[in-house]
Each structure stands twice: as C-alpha cells, then as structure tokens.
Unconditional design. Structure first.
Length: 426
RNA sequence: GUGGGUGUAGCUCAAUAGGUAGAGCACUGGGUUGUGGCCCCAGCGGUCGUGGGUUCAAAUCCCAUCACUCACCCCA
C-alpha cells in the first residue's frame, strides 16, 4: 500500500461516526445546562505557550510535541492539550472583562508524539471544560459534577472518581522536600527510574508499579497530611460538596498529574475496561496559569475527556439498532429508470430515505440490494407497470404487494410510508 | 526510547517432516426469461508485509527491514 495514515493517526469510519455524533450532541446538551459556551481555538500555537504552561520538564513538552518552524524562525506546535490555548484566548480577547466567571468548553483534536497503544493515539480528541474566575471549592465541585454528568449522558457505567489535592505554591515545596529526603534515604530499594525521580520529580514515584517501590510509597509521607491550612479547608469543603455524587469516589494520595500548572484539586475518572490507559477524564485546578502567560491573576479549573476512550467503552456494548431506508426504488428499463429517479428525488425532499440501484440490473439483483440495505419496502416499476399505469409496492417483511396508480404516485407512496411509520413510531 | 506478539483473498482464518496456496463470510452470475432472505452450482479475488540468503524446490528455514498490536514510560 503506497499511502496509509501516519502512525498513531487513524480514520474514523462510518461504523464508528454515529457514536461520535451521539457523544458530541449529548455533550452540547449537558454543557448548555451548566452554562458553558463553546470556544474554538486554532490547533497550531506558538511553541512557547505550551512550554511555559505545561512545563519544560514534563514528558509532553520535552519529547512529545509536534513542532515546526515558520518562515521567520518561530516555533509552532500542534496543541498537545487545550487548556493553554483556551487561557490564551481568554486573555487575548479580554473575555474576563465581562465579569463573573467564564465557563468555556471546546471539542477537537490534540497531538502528542507518543508510542501508540490501546486507548492512546498520536492524534486524539478531547472534550474540554474550563471555568475561570473562581477559587472554589464550590466551582471545583461544579466542574466534577459536570464531568460526571457528561459521562452519565454518554451512558457510561462502572467508573471511579479518583480525587486528590496536591497543594499550592505555599505548601507543596515543603512537602516535596520532605518526600525527597524520605526517598533518597531509601534509594537503595528503589528501581532505577525511581532513583532518578526521587531527585527530579519525587511526586512521580507515587505512580510507580514496581513492587519494591510500591512498598516504600505505602509508608511515605502523604500530601494530604502536609497541606497548608487553606488547602486543607479547600479540600475538605470540596469533599462535602461532592458527597452525593453517584459514583465511587476514591481519595487517592498517589494521584499526581503530569502537567506543571496544576494546584490543589486534581482528579481522574477511571475505568477497569480499557487496559493500561484507564483514565477517561483527567483534570484539576490551575490557579496560576493565566497570570503565568501574561494575564490577570485569574484562577481556573477544568478537565479533559478522552473521546477515543469514551468510544471504546461505548463500542464494547452492542445491540445498536441500525437505521433503515424507507423505500427502495427498483426500476426495469430505461423509461422506468428515468421516471422513478425523479420520484426518488421528490420523496427525499419530503424527508424520506430512498435507496436505488445506479447501474441497470435485474429485478432479482435489485431486490437483493434492497434486502441487504434493510429497506422496509420496495417500489417496483417496469415497462409492464408503465403500460398498465399501476406500479407495485412490496413490503419487504411480509412480502405483501399492492398496486399504486402512477398518476399520483408520490401522494400514494407518501401516505403508504407515513401510514406505516405512524404505527412503527420510529 | 525499551520489551513481547502478529503479518497469507475486502473481512476472519487454514496449509501437514520445505514440494510454487485453501475455507467461511462478502461480492458477481446462474438454478427461478420481472421479485430479496434459506439451499445448490459457478465465477471474481492473493507479487503468502518487503528485501536478501540457504535449497533442485521456501508461505514454511536463516538474516535484515517495514507495518500493525500489546505492555513499560507517560497520559485523555
């Protein structure tokens, strides 16, 4: 094959697109009830925007970005996530001057140059929600309820909310230092990766799956016991707000997210059914982000839903009823083909789904096609019918055939289709 | 970047100790000169991922390479 998709990129084929349409549609409905408005930002931004917000030490920025250089030598990058772009748009367009909180969502593709595997692609799609202008914790709870409501609208089940607070610039450095000392003291028992992490990014050791490291982490200092007073109050109030959530909630002190801009609340919604890539939603608070890229001191919180992961969960369930064409138009002979072609267009103007064969084929072949397409009924018209002035309409399930006069055939067909639909209540 | 698995027809998969490929589904036509689903018959369809090597002979053995896939890492 000469041309294929790029590794980690894929075609979304017609057997899958109905799921995407359903998810996007119900997402828009839920967003409306929470007062979130859609924003669409470019997928290409100046590289510096992502470097400064996500953090130069993160995997995303250090090795996963699709970056190119423009004719003036400036670095451009395909967005690896949406929050930085939305924050940039908020500042550039002065949206915050409208007062109150800004609630925005966006849906679209993201790009990360990672090794693809189940549930992970180089081009993938996210549904993003961002709330700017409130320090919480009520807005934290609202954002989490929004995420839960979206997944509920998608009819996903068996999900678990994982929740943590990773502190703020006031209390995190102290905890980080304490953890680092603890880990370095025990570095003999850590795996090679974690020895390195203990120095560079000690919080990441919490994520390690090596047994020896897990044991050490069990006894390690926990962030929730080292939060400053403000962070502790924030977190406990949030937990009060979300106690009625209809989903298993796990307080997970090991939940450390990979983007530098997070403060206080972090959360993930996970499933057991997707293999290693178990996070369907990831999010958190980012109170310093807007200021960091030259905007006002505006707090924010948001999340991203991985659409491919949602689709994978939806497609595991089957039993979706395929839509069926209203009528197959079967014609025999050139005169009948031309006449019935026009009827097909007229019926479509009235909103009906009409199928027909394009090349001249035997009636048998046309009936077979009608059957394969799942058509509810077929119109049969040939030279014989043109002579007698009566066409045939056949019910494909009961095999019952009736004659319909050619002189007001459209009305006859419409009432036939409508009549049956009234009973079928499609 | 690191490891494992898999590459044969449009799809799902066979092929015995090396002897130059087969089935089901799908598609086309016929049995039914103008009537679908079931059945029967026939047909269409493959540079056996690619390149090289061993051999009289390679889908099969060896080497390389590419692709897909799962996992590590990290994340949606």
């Amino acid at each position: 094959m000469e041309f294929t998709t790029i590794k980690g990129f894929r075609d979304i084929l017609p057997d899958e697109t109905p799921y995407w349409q359903k998810v996007e549609q119900s997402a828009r409905e839920v967003f409306k009830t929470f007062g979130f408005n859609e924003i669409r930002t470019p997928i290409l931004e100046y590289t510096e925007l992502f470097a400064r917000t996500i953090g130069t030490d993160t995997d995303i920025v250090s090795k996963e970005m699709y970056t190119l250089t423009d004719s003036k030598g400036r670095g451009l990058t395909l967005r690896p996530e949406a929050t930085a772009s939305v924050a940039r748009a908020l500042i550039q367009n002065r949206l915050y001057q409208q007062g109150g909180v800004q609630k925005l969502f966006c849906i679209g593709p993201m790009f990360r140059h990672e090794r693809p595997q189940k549930g992970r692609f180089r081009q993938f799609h996210q549904i993003n929600a961002e709330l700017f202008g409130d320090r919480g914790p009520k807005s934290d709870a609202e954002i989490i309820y929004l995420a839960v409501s979206l997944l509920d609208a998608f009819e996903l089940r068996n999900l678990t909310l994982h929740l943590n607070s990773i502190g703020c610039p006031k209390c995190r450095p102290g905890f980080r230092q304490k953890l680092k000392e603890y880990l370095v003291d025990r570095s003999e028992s850590l795996c090679a990766d974690c020895k390195r992490r203990a120095e560079t990014n000690p919080l990441r050791v919490f994520d390690c799956k090596v047994e020896g490291c897990k044991a050490i982490v069990q006894e390690a200092p926990v962030i929730s016991e080292h939060l400053c007073e403000e962070c502790r109050d924030h977190f406990s109030l949030l937990r009060e707000y979300i106690q009625y959530i209809k989903m298993e909630v796990v307080l997970d002190p090991r939940l450390v997210r990979g983007l530098d801009y997070y403060t206080r609340t972090t959360f993930e919604i996970q499933t057991e059914q997707l293999g290693a890539q178990n996070a369907v939603v990831g999010g958190g608070r980012y109170d310093g982000l807007v200021e960091q890229i030259g905007g006002p001191d505006l707090p924010g919180i948001g999340f991203a839903i991985g659409m491919e992961r949602v689709m994978a969960l939806l497609m595991e369930r089957q039993g979706r009823k395929a839509a069926r064409p209203d009528l197959f138009v079967a014609a025999l002979g050139s005169q009948a083909e031309k006449m019935s072609f026009t009827w097909a267009q007229e019926l479509r103007k009235r909103g009906f789904w009409i199928e027909q064969e394009y090349a001249p084929k035997s009636l048998k072949a046309q009936m077979k096609r009608a059957d394969r397409l799942g058509c509810k009924r077929a119109l049969i018209v040939g030279e014989r019918e043109i002579e007698t002035g009566m066409a045939i309409i056949r019910d494909m399930e009961t095999k019952e055939q009736k004659e319909v006069p050619l002189d007001n055939i459209l009305e006859a067909l419409v009432s036939k289709i409508m009549g049956e639909n009234a009973y079928n209540a499609r």
